[in-house]
Design a protein around this ligand. Structure first.
Ligand code: SF4
Length: 740
């Protein structure tokens, strides 16, 4: 309890308060929730990441708790194609029967699971275990694949570990030169800019690489505005200049790294003048950037989605990691390379089993020792664990196809809006025999589902999140879920029990199901009932505990000895400090706020350079599609917008999508401010009002991706994938633009 609550003087029952974190992005700003007779108030809380600040999204987060659109009863699609309210038993039986029938007909991999980067660690862990143990399918992945997977892969291959920031965010405020590449925190996570303000007040320099003059770039000492898709060439040119000007930390390179010679040979070909021609960034700006990084006492290079969401995203991040290593930054005080993770639990979500190729603790699913360890914790034979599946987009693109899954369970994700080439993904979802969505609002994906399960929101359940620094935090419940709503953990336990043909454990009593029909769509054909050649999955229901504290205790055991080792992290320990940084293998030992001071977790203990070459975007401009298209966010909306579009203040601030274009381009196209424009690519089109801005390159148009329907930016985006990470090329494709 805070002092505020203790001091409260009122006649009714005392207000309840809890200290928790924002439900949205990976900054996980500290906040206090106060419930006064059902009215929920949000106040910012002093925490190292947000230092008492919140953005608009955080201030208004509680509005969704009692929102009229809140789902409080399961919905099941009837034979006429209408989603109708149903009891939990009917909904869960329908799912379990459907899954069992489909697996018997088509094999275990005919069922897939799709998770989200907003799920708590406990839920992400339980979902991965549910897929591997209860369903025994190899098909699980999550929307975090579209967020940080390129940085994750580049970090793993260079440092042997993927932790977004290998240092506390507070180090930002003390670094000499800060290079942000494809990152716009002034709009995506505004409280982070407090650290940047500190940094600049201490005399530090801020340099931003972004094709748009964003709110962040406006604050920079230097803004490099490259053509989208040329960030890699810019990084190689910066390293070329650092070499020619003698800015390399030769001792660091010799003693702490390996593989530099190949990189040196590669970047020798990146003459600044040629990179200027390719990227549009003047040689003088490239030189100034290299010097600012190479001569500062401390320096940081941070990437985000602008550099990462490309079919060459891993190589692009590697180019910036190479630059950081050559300058001797990782492990040095107030210095290093880091990735600004996007989603609230994008970091923890990828550590504990939602990724198609990973088991808890960041273990590889094809590593026999890892399989044996995790199978031991789960009480199954290692041979029963499935092998690796496929990354998120490949999974979604295979749904309903002859060799793909016939059923999909979605938890905490809205791929109808957030997936690349979204119209195609939508048609794949429509082709399924069974689509199940667990959510607390009717997202665009839920609208297509056969069964929708109403689940708890962030302020209604306990758990942990791992923020962009690798700091494990406590999410605390303010109040229980409303009647009729269950937690994801309960849903998984009940489904596991049904799949095991075991009795269903007692659960929260639900209110009566209303009977009003909702939307309609064509009825989904009943699953076929073919020969029983797949044994029923074997799962004891008590292997899926519903108490998040119990789940976390199991997660600790499963992660013990892994790269992301949580064995020494307990809820009590998190609460006694401002979170706990992993790896933390020992309950009595230290945690790890800063990595790489002495060694890297690679076999040799050295960081590894990777020589990488620029290559064109997967889709280049041409006569038919002469403009570059790129996507991003706005301050008042979050991800697919399913939540934030329903918050009145956020809707007022950003009510609809738009297409940003340079006035010179608009002039050429005969488009005026506010005119509806049509942006067409080879995959689809979007329509939205034009917003003219001199801050964007005249050869590039931009649209935010938070809106569905005609303004859906992902109708246009390219589904070309990075060959290493599976990251789609959200950030660049070729389009034509015309007045609609
Ligand atoms: S959305 Fe992100 S920046 Fe905004 S309040 Fe929440 S955690 Fe903080």
């Amino acid at each position: 309890m805070t002092d505020g609550a203790r001091a409260a003087t009122r006649t009714g029952p005392p207000p309840r308060e809890t200290e928790t974190h924002c439900p949205y992005c990976a900054l996980q700003c500290g906040m206090i929730l106060r419930d006064t007779d059902g009215r929920i108030e949000v106040r910012p809380r002093e925490f190292p990441t947000n230092r008492g600040g919140l953005c608009q999204k955080g201030w208004t987060a509680a509005e969704l708790l009692d929102h009229p659109d809140r789902l409080t009863t399961p919905l099941v699609r009837d034979p006429s194609g209408t989603l109708r309210p149903a009891s939990w038993d009917v909904a869960l039986d329908r799912i379990a029967d459907g899954l069992r029938t489909i697996q018997r007909a088509h094999g275990r991999d005919a069922v897939a699971v799709f998770g989200g980067g907003g799920l708590t660690n406990e839920k992400a862990y339980a979902l991965g275990k549910f897929a591997r143990v209860a369903l025994r399918t190899r098909h699980i992945d999550y929307n975090g694949r579209w967020c940080m997977s390129s940085a994750a892969a580049a970090g793993l291959r260079a440092f042997g570990v993927d932790r977004g920031l290998p240092f506390p965010l507070t180090d930002l405020g003390r670094t000499g030169t800060l290079l942000l590449v494809g990152a716009n925190p002034a709009e995506t996570m505004p409280p982070l800019m407090r650290h940047v303000t500190d940094q600049r007040a201490r005399g530090g320099r801020l340099i931003v690489v972004d094709p748009r003059l964003t709110a962040t770039a406006r604050q920079a000492d230097l803004h490099l505005q490259p053509l989208p898709g040329t960030d890699l060439a810019v990084a190689n040119a910066l390293l070329h200049i650092a070499l020619t000007e003698g800015l390399i930390d030769r001792e660091y390179v010799a003693t702490r790294t390996e593989g530099f010679d190949a990189v040196r040979r590669t970047v020798a070909g990146y003459w600044p003048a040629e990179v200027e021609r390719l990227s549009g960034v003047p040689v003088a700006d490239l030189e100034a950037t290299a010097r600012a990084l190479g001569t500062a006492d401390s320096a940081m290079i941070l990437t985000a989605r602008g550099a990462e969401q490309h079919a060459k995203g891993v190589d692009t991040v590697s180019a910036y990691v190479n630059l950081a290593l050559a300058l001797g930054l990782p492990g040095r005080p107030h210095s290093g390379y880091g990735c600004l993770t996007g989603q609230g639990n994008g970091q923890g979500g990828r550590e504990h089993g939602q990724k198609s190729d990973q088991l808890p603790g960041y273990r590889k699913i094809d590593d026999p020792a890892a399989r044996a360890h995790v199978a031991g914790v789960w009480g199954v034979d290692p041979a029963e664990l499935p092998g690796p599946g496929v990354p998120a987009y490949q999974l979604l693109d295979s749904l309903g196809t002859p060799d793909g899954p016939r059923a999909l369970l979605v938890f905490g994700s809205n791929p109808v809006v957030s997936a690349p080439r979204a119209a195609r993904v939508e048609s794949r979802l429509r082709g399924l025999d069974l689509l199940v969505v667990a959510d607390f609002l009717r997202s665009e994906t839920a609208e297509l589902a056969d069964v929708v399960l109403p689940v708890a929101q962030w302020a209604e359940e306990d758990g942990t999140m791992t923020n962009l620094e690798g700091r494990v935090l406590r999410r605390r419940a303010l109040r229980p879920p409303p009647p009729g709503v269950r937690t994801d953990l309960t849903v998984l336990a009940e489904l596991a029990a049904r799949l095991d043909d075991a009795p269903v454990p007692a659960t929260t009593p639900d209110g009566p199901a209303p009977t009003t029909p909702t939307t309609t769509r064509p009825a989904v054909p009943a699953p076929r009932t073919p020969p029983d050649h797949v044994p029923a999955p074997r799962t004891a229901p008590d292997r899926f505990p519903t108490d998040p504290r119990v789940v976390f205790a199991e997660l600790r055991r499963a992660s013990a000895g892994g790269v992301a080792d949580y064995a020494g992290v307990s809820w009590d320990r998190i609460e006694s400090a401002d979170g706990v940084f992993w790896p933390c293998p020992d309950p009595d030992g230290p945690d790890s706020p800063r990595l790489f001071a002495d060694t890297f977790p690679t076999p040799s203990g050295r960081a590894r350079f990777h020589a990488v070459q620029h290559r064109p975007a997967a889709e280049e401009v041409c006569a038919d599609y002469p403009l570059h298209f790129t996507t991003g966010r706005v301050l008042a909306q979050y991800q697919s917008g399913a939540q934030t579009r329903r918050v009145a203040a956020l809707h007022r601030a950003a009510p609809h999508g738009f297409v940003e274009l340079h006035p010179d381009l608009a002039d050429r196209l005969g488009v005026a401010e506010g005119d509806e424009v049509r942006v067409a690519s080879r995959r689809g089109e979007l329509r939205a009002p034009a917003r003219l801005s001199p801050t964007i390159r005249p050869d590039t148009v931009f649209a935010p991706f938070h809106w569905p329907g005609a303004a859906r930016a992902n109708s246009v985006t390219n589904d070309a994938l990075d060959p290493v990470s599976g990251m789609p090329e959200f950030k660049i494709c070729a389009v034509r633009v015309e007045r609609a």
